[in-house]
Design a protein around this ligand. Structure first.
Ligand code: F6P
Length: 320
């Protein structure tokens, strides 16, 4: 039985990361194991910025967005020398397993550590993008989607007041899940995602026809991976003649107190990860499929591309 593990958060932060870290720590302590916190992701692992945790270290954090451990994007981790240094820093402290909470890039970095050193790794999908293969859910995606629909609700007011079209650009890196889910929930007329072709001439023509028929305003949600919201807004204004304004939601999507779904699901994943690493399992990522916690092979999770649900894409067209 493993008796000492570490947990870290890496890559883009997301609401619910604290709930996941808290569950890893409290589950490990509950079994009588030691648990270390690594500050600032792989950067902290290389700088030996780590500390042994007690239950109180994860008190009063479940409601907080971001990650109390800190995170970073670490170039040195991209090198075998960097990873070997990280491995040494873990072993020197008697740490026998590592839980990495992060997106696909962070999980890929974890896989390299495991491949090069055999060090036990369990991953959790921590990203608002919901773009990790093998899981229907990633920590933070629900809170981020709710942040977006709050913005859509507010934008509809001013769009309606001025009879304007509004383009809202949202995050998701190269995945359209946030745009699609929030666009459908927010009742957007158009949702542009990297997974689907779109024709701005066609959209502009339809916009003009709807305005001629008396439509008061139009919401267009654009995933950042589908193009520049600013450029798309400009083009639609020129092509349709409709006063079109642009909002780029940006980093507000990464913050905020996590939703109930993110807190509960992140806690379930954190418990599963701690129990797995303590029982000697490695090279797996925990996620959700059809509402149940599942374990996914780490290599599969980082080498396969997750596809946007075609039923969601169809639904958006039907409801527009
Ligand atoms: O991966 C999460 C994410 O928020 C993406 O949606 C976004 O494109 C990216 O991180 C931004 O990265 P950074 O925080 O390094 O600017």
């Amino acid at each position: 039985m493993i008796k000492s593990i570490a947990v870290m958060t890496s890559g883009g932060d997301s609401p619910g990361m604290n709930a996941a870290s808290r569950a890893v720590v409290r589950t490990a302590l509950f079994t009588g194991a030691k648990v270390w916190g690594i500050n600032n992701g792989y950067h902290g692992l290389l700088e030996e910025d780590m500390f042994e945790m007690q239950s109180k270290n994860v008190g009063d954090i479940i409601q907080r967005g971001g990650t109390f451990l800190g995170t970073a994007r670490c170039r040195r981790w991209q090198t075998p020398e960097g990873r070997m240094q990280g491995y040494k820093n873990l072993v020197d402290r008697g740490i026998q397993g590592l839980v990495v909470i992060g997106g696909d890039g962070s999980l890929r970095g974890a896989e390299l550590l495991s491949q090069e050193t055999g060090f036990p790794i369990v991953g959790l999908p921590g990203t608002i993008d919901n773009d990790v293969w093998g899981t229907d859910y990633t920590i933070g995606c629900d809170t981020a989607a709710n942040t977006i629909i709050d913005a859509i609700n507010k934008l509809r007011d001013t769009a309606s007041a001025h009879r304007r079209a509004i383009v809202l650009e949202v995050m998701g890196r190269s995945s359209g899940w946030l745009a699609m889910t929030a666009g459908i929930s927010g009742g957007a007329e158009y949702i542009l995602v990297p997974e689907e072709e779109y024709d701005l001439d066609e959209i502009a023509k339809e916009m003009k026809a709807s305005y001629d028929a008396g439509k008061r305003y139009i919401m267009i949600v654009v995933a950042e991976g589908a193009g520049s919201g600013k450029k798309i807004g400009q083009e639609l204004w020129e092509k349709s003649g409709i006063d079109t304004r642009v909002s780029i939601l940006g980093y507000v999507q990464r913050g905020g107190s996590p939703s109930v779904i993110d807190r509960v699901k992140a806690s379930m994943l954190g418990e599963s990860a701690a129990l797995a690493i303590l029982s000697g399992l490695s090279d797996i990522v925990f996620g959700f499929q059809k509402g149940n916690v599942v374990s996914i092979n780490l290599h599969d999770a980082v080498t396969n591309k997750k596809h946007l649900d075609p039923d969601l894409i169809h639904l958006a067209k039907v409801l527009a």
